[in-house]
Design a protein around this ligand. Structure first.
Ligand SMILES: [Zn+2]
Ligand SMILES: [Zn+2]
Length: 265
């Protein structure tokens, strides 16, 4: 039986949050997994990656959008790093090996890279490329964020998931790269850290709004929109309120919830 499944392992931005007021949407930072019957792909290694459960998996493709802390801080707590039977391919902009070698110096972490039992293979990835992992097609576009940041679309059979986080919109036009990644996506995950009102004081910080997400989703004919990368100060009640307003503006949307999953086939 075919499957194309998205799991939200962490959907918070900037810094993990804890507490009963954050339990519905979750407090772990950015990490999603996408699996087919044959392949396992993980995007970003925020603290949510510690939620990953896959004892029997022995080959993983891990893609990074960029290396801001909230997207890498779970990496060294990824259980599969400590499975000597596991082969992990790590893809990211510029030089991912250099980044992970840097965060494993003794002053920052007790275990060095060469003590990690899994077999790690590093791949530098650029914008405007397409690669195939089995029958999965992954396409990259550059996002508008401080530091070189890549957005991804992941296609399998005739289904598509777009992962567009850590990007700031332009005030005069929709971002063509974001539109291309999102085009007719079955699910779009989009950086919705702020509201339009909050954004006025955060211009240049590299994030977008749920209102912009709806504009993109409408223009790109997205089927289901997941607001992603929630501000660490927005508690469940705030996100619930925003979700009601958003749903009156776009008929199939929700704020991403840690622990939720979607099977597209
Ligand atoms: Zn982030
Ligand atoms: Zn960032």
């Amino acid at each position: 039986m075919s499957k194309f499944e998205l799991n939200i392992l962490g959907c918070r931005g900037s810094i993990p949050t804890t507490g009963v007021n954050f339990s519905k949407y979750g407090g772990n930072t950015s990490c999603i997994s996408i699996s087919t019957s044959e392949e396992l792909i993980i995007l970003d290694a925020g603290s949510g990656i510690k939620n990953f459960n896959g004892n029997s998996i022995n080959k993983i493709h891990l893609f990074f959008t960029h290396y801001h802390w909230d997207h890498i801080q779970g990496f060294l707590f990824f259980k599969k790093l400590f499975d000597s039977n596991c082969e992990i391919h790590i893809y990211g902009p510029n030089d991912p090996k250099k980044i992970f070698s840097t965060i494993t110096i003794p002053e920052l972490f007790p275990i060095s890279m060469n003590q990690i039992p899994a077999s790690l293979f590093f791949h530098s990835i650029k914008q405007d490329t397409s690669l195939k992992i089995g029958k999965v097609v992954i396409t990259t576009k550059r996002l508008n964020h401080p530091s070189y940041t890549i957005g991804y679309s992941i296609e399998y059979l005739d289904k598509k998931i777009a992962y567009v986080t850590d990007t700031e919109h332009f005030n005069d036009s929709l971002d063509i790269n974001v539109l291309e990644l999102s085009d007719k996506a079955d699910i779009l995950l989009y950086d919705s850290m702020y509201t339009n009102t909050e954004y006025k004081n955060k211009i240049g910080w590299g994030h977008s709004t749920w209102e912009e997400a709806i504009k993109i989703a409408n223009k790109a004919a997205v089927k289901h929109l997941l607001f992603f990368h929630h501000d660490h100060e927005k508690n469940d009640a705030t996100l619930d309120e925003l979700e009601i307003i958003a749903q009156s503006n776009f008929n199939s949307c929700e704020f991403a919830k840690e622990g939720s999953s979607f099977n597209l086939l």
